[in-house]
Design a protein around this ligand. Structure first.
Ligand code: PHE
Length: 458
């Protein structure tokens, strides 16, 4: 496909700058899928499923992805493509000064998420290397303690951030797009292959049963419903402007509605298939109860424990699992840093290089806190989840009530079915999203409060 001509953007009314663009449609989709697919799918999703009573959570999660996830992604796409700016500038341009605050909340959220996300990604890399070098550790609980305390997590966090910064520094097309084009298909292949292998395990049936048979009680539990919503925002990279920023690099009239559906389905697909790996594996080893007593680390202890029990095959499978997880984490981390970097470029006319390095260094320093304390990491996860739900809430209000003629932007490039649903989607965004997302905000806030209370023993 021919490379489209870079588009000139008027900035601040005076000087014009060249805005980078994605080279191909597939490049944009894979970069967005790369942002969505990450630790959220292969680590957070299975552990949320364990917390939320198994299959019931899976169903609620599907519902939330359809009901609030896809419309919200469309909202972010519309704001980004119309304004051709990152969150702060985009919201200021389309909504006035006060809305810039929502953009700033997004940038802060991105900064905070990446600072602990990179720490977890560091553990993942460490596991993959351990598997390659010496095999998975025989005492997984103790091993988890060693890799999450002291200097080790800091070094891995640092190394991971260096790679993330390098990719973002190389630009949208040469860095982000190129990396996603290679890494995402590799990840799909590995995760799919692992699920097929997991089906051959003796004792896996119990895992499938847990994962796939819903209990009615949980389906009606408001806290579980709300958690499914929060997880959907996290997993789809919504509520902080990552999808908005990526859409600002679109130069053509893509069918945004169709792309939102494609991206959300791919994200759910990977999460679901990751569950088809994790649950049979831990059930085959009788470890299901360990994971549901869940803390951030549970899966990081149970899985390597299972891999070590399975001998040579477990070693190969484990290495592939952690490698795929590391790849997913990398493309997601790239999108997180891109939001902060693009905002610095747009707001301060900085060069990409200095913006990426500057933002990266600050995030790396903030990340020292969760690298040194698991409690801090848990708190940051709960805090940013609340921020994401808040961001999602105000984004729906913005597009529903403030943005000038959002349907026009949603219709640009849309055809057939995807064009015909726009009026219904707009009605939904105005009237139904605020109460539904408001409910999710409330429970995420309550959950944050509970996390604060247990952490500080209140
Ligand atoms: N969606 C990513 C994941 O599931 C995390 C993420 C959240 C990335 C928010 C960007 C923005 O791992």
């Amino acid at each position: 496909m021919a490379r489209p001509i870079d588009v000139e953007v008027q900035k601040h009314g005076e000087e014009s700058i060249q805005r980078e663009v994605f080279g191909t449609r597939v490049g944009f989709i894979l970069a967005a899928v790369g942002s969505a697919v990450g630790l959220g799918n292969m680590w957070r999703f299975p552990y949320r499923v364990s917390e939320g009573g198994g299959a019931a959570f899976v169903l609620l999660y599907i519902a939330m992805t359809l009901v609030v996830g896809i419309p919200l992604m469309l909202c972010e796409f519309s704001v980004g493509r119309r304004s051709r700016l990152s969150p702060i500038g985009a919201l200021k341009k389309e909504g006035g000064r006060r809305w810039a605050l929502l953009g700033a909340l997004g940038v802060l959220t991105g900064l905070l998420i990446l600072s602990y996300y990179s720490v977890i990604a560091g553990w993942v890399v460490r596991y993959a290397l351990a598997g390659i070098v010496a095999g998975f550790p025989a005492a997984p609980g103790e091993y988890f303690n060693t890799i999450t305390t002291g200097i080790a997590p800091i070094l891995y966090h640092l190394a991971f951030m260096v790679v993330v910064i390098t990719i973002v520094m190389s630009g949208v097309e040469k860095g982000i797009e190129r990396a996603s084009l290679v890494m995402m298909p590799a990840l799909f292949l590995i995760v799919g292959g692992l699920a097929i292998w997991a089906a051959t395990l003796a004792g896996s049936g119990e895992g499938y049963a847990y994962y796939l048979t819903p209990s009615l009680g949980e389906l009606l539990n408001p806290a579980t419903i709300a958690e499914a919503g929060g997880q959907a925002f996290f997993s789809l990279s919504l509520g902080m402007g990552a999808m908005l920023t990526f859409a600002s690099y679109l130069s053509r009239d893509e069918n945004l509605n169709r792309e939102a559906v494609t991206i959300a389905s791919s994200d759910f697909g990977v999460a679901f298939v990751a569950g088809l790996v994790v649950f049979p594996v831990i059930a085959a080893l009788g470890l299901t109860s360990q994971v549901s007593a869940s803390t951030v680390g549970a899966l990081f202890i149970a899985l390597p424990g299972a891999f070590v029990e399975m001998g040579a095959a477990g070693r190969v499978v484990g290495i592939l699992f952690f490698a795929a997880l590391a790849v997913g984490a990398l493309t997601s981390a790239v999108s997180l840093l891109e939001v902060v970097t693009a905002s610095i470029i747009d707001e301060f006319d900085a060069t990409r290089r200095s913006a990426a390095v500057g933002a990266g260094v600050v995030i790396t320093l903030v990340g020292l806190v969760p690298a040194l304390s698991l409690d801090a990491l848990g708190l940051m996860d709960a805090t940013t989840e609340w921020f994401l739900t808040l961001g999602a809430f105000f984004m729906a209000i913005f597009v529903g009530w403030r943005m000038r003629d959002p349907s026009a932007e949603m219709l640009r490039g849309a055809t057939g079915f995807f064009a015909s649903i726009v009026p219904a989607v707009m009605f939904f965004i105005r009237w139904l999203m605020p109460p539904i997302v408001g409910f999710v905000v409330f429970y995420a806030g309550r959950n944050l409060w509970n996390t604060v209370a247990t952490t500080f023993g209140l």
